[in-house]
Write a protein that binds this ligand. Structure first.
Ligand SMILES: [Cu+2]
Length: 462
């Protein structure tokens, strides 16, 4: 019996070929005799005929969630059974910053749901929040009544209630889940997660060596506040990967030569995120709509992940090092700072700060040469805030925060542990130019420090 369920393979088998532009549909995704029709609501629907639940190792290489977790499952009568519990969670965005958020099963965001094409799944959703909720399964082919839209396709899950959702995965890909009731509040509080459905029947040698999933989101959390502000429309000040902002984000670890897949999902309230990877060119290979045929894939170093969508990219990690991967919107690389401050570039602020400190203890202006200088000073910010926390690397302070992480590629990686900072071979490292080099190449380097900021006067911004 044919067990390879890739839609492209099925299309090819049907003589349509990969070049045929055919949009996937419920009907196509479930050709007669290939998959059973989805649940009609019976308590114990038959599992897919001849389709055992997919197992890690045998059927797929498990996806990794840097900084996050996956939802456990068990098999009952051939059905994969999951249990999501919506609840308030004390969440740490990065060392030094915690807030009371809403998530699932003790985590923000919710644990990633992992399955295999052809799996019959049953997801119980319990509500331990003080408000009603639902769960919508973004991009999943299922019966309309399983779509999780409050008031339209189902009654709200009231506090204390447990609902049952059930379907057969008739597709593979990177999908999402989130409430479809009071979305603005519940998603701003952290309620969202990813779904990864592996294709069935891919030989081990053809699976990516490393497979990562990263959910992008944004938050408004005033320095010192206990809870995120769901009313924010702009000025989001925490930008997260899997609910963490740098330096709290988990690194992506790979061995030299690994084929790497990274799956991005974006459920930010108001922003799209152009995610840039240093050091490599990747192909955009899939969206939440499915695989992109090889001829339609395109090379990039930055992939725009619109809100409400997923993008999968693949590349070969053929260069060692610590390679940044981050949103290229510079305001998405800051933690709880950078917004609403006066522009004082080039101004001598020493006096002004002293006078303001008489009124506002601990006040310190944005640096007159930019924010980098703040990373080099001892500062005290409000308790429970990240605005003054900076990580230090091998060579000095790191000014990035927010939607930033590192892809660490090592020839001799042990396959498990963070290898620490990359130690650069000296002849491959940028360093101060020597006098001999400058003379050889005829470069007239400045031999004095740059001019000090203009003194005393505070122009504008009265
Ligand atoms: Cu961004």
């Amino acid at each position: 019996m044919e067990t390879r369920l890739s839609r492209r393979q099925w299309l090819a088998g049907a003589g349509l070929g990969a070049a045929a532009l055919t949009l996937p549909t419920h009907a196509e995704a479930a050709p007669a005799g290939r998959w059973p029709s989805s649940s009609s609501g019976a308590d114990h629907p038959a599992p897919a005929t001849g389709m055992e639940p997919g197992l890690p190792g045998r059927d797929y290489r498990p996806v990794e969630v840097p900084g996050g977790v996956k939802l456990p499952w068990k098999i009952v009568d051939g059905v994969k059974v999951f249990h999501l519990i919506a609840e308030e969670v004390e969440h740490e965005f990065a060392p030094g910053l915690k807030a009371l958020c809403w998530g699932y099963n003790g985590h923000v965001h919710g644990p990633l749901i992992e399955a295999v094409e052809g799996d019959r799944v049953r997801v119980y959703v319990s509500n331990r929040l003080p408000a009603p909720t639902t769960v919508h399964w973004h991009g999943v082919f299922l019966d309309n009544g399983m779509d999780g839209v409050g008031g339209i396709t189902q009654a709200l899950i009231q506090p204390g209630e447990t609902f049952r959702y059930e379907w057969t995965f008739r597709q593979h890909g990177t999908l999402l889940y989130h409430p479809h009731h009071d979305e603005m509040t519940q998603m701003a509080m952290g309620m969202m997660g990813m779904i990864v459905v592996h294709p069935r029947g891919v030989p081990e040698a053809e699976r990516p060596a490393r497979d990562f999933a990263i959910l992008l989101s944004e938050w408004k959390l005033e320095p010192g506040a206990r809870r995120p502000d769901p009313m924010a429309m702009n000025d989001f000040n925490l930008l997260t990967m899997n609910g963490k902002c740098y330096p709290g984000t988990g690194p992506l670890l790979a061995r030299l030569g690994d084929r790497v897949r990274i799956r991005f999902g974006n459920l930010s309230a108001m922003d799209h995120h152009p995610i840039h990877l240093h050091g490599f060119v990747f192909n955009v290979v899939a969206t939440d709509g499915g695989d992109i045929p090889r001829a339609g894939q395109w090379p990039e170093t930055t992939v725009l992940v619109p809100t409400g969508s997923t993008r999968d990219v693949e590349f070969v990690a053929d260069a060692e090092g610590d390679w940044p991967m981050h949103c290229h919107m510079t305001h998405h690389l800051m933690n709880q700072m950078g917004h609403g401050l006066p522009n004082v570039m080039g101004v001598d602020l020493s006096d002004l700060d002293a006078r303001i400190r008489a009124l506002v203890p601990g006040y310190m202006s944005m640096g007159a040469t930019g924010m980098g200088e703040m990373a080099e000073m001892p500062m005290t910010g409000p308790a429970n805030s990240l605005s003054t926390h900076f990580e230090h690397g091998l060579y000095g302070p790191i000014t990035m925060g927010g939607m930033f992480t590192l892809l660490k590629v090592r020839r001799d990686w042990d396959g498990r542990n963070d290898p620490g900072w990359y130690r650069h071979p000296p002849d491959t490292l940028a360093r101060p130019a020597t006098a001999t080099e400058l003379a050889r190449d005829g470069i007239a380097a400045p031999d004095v420090a740059p001019p000090a900021p203009a003194g005393g006067h505070h122009h504008g911004h009265g």
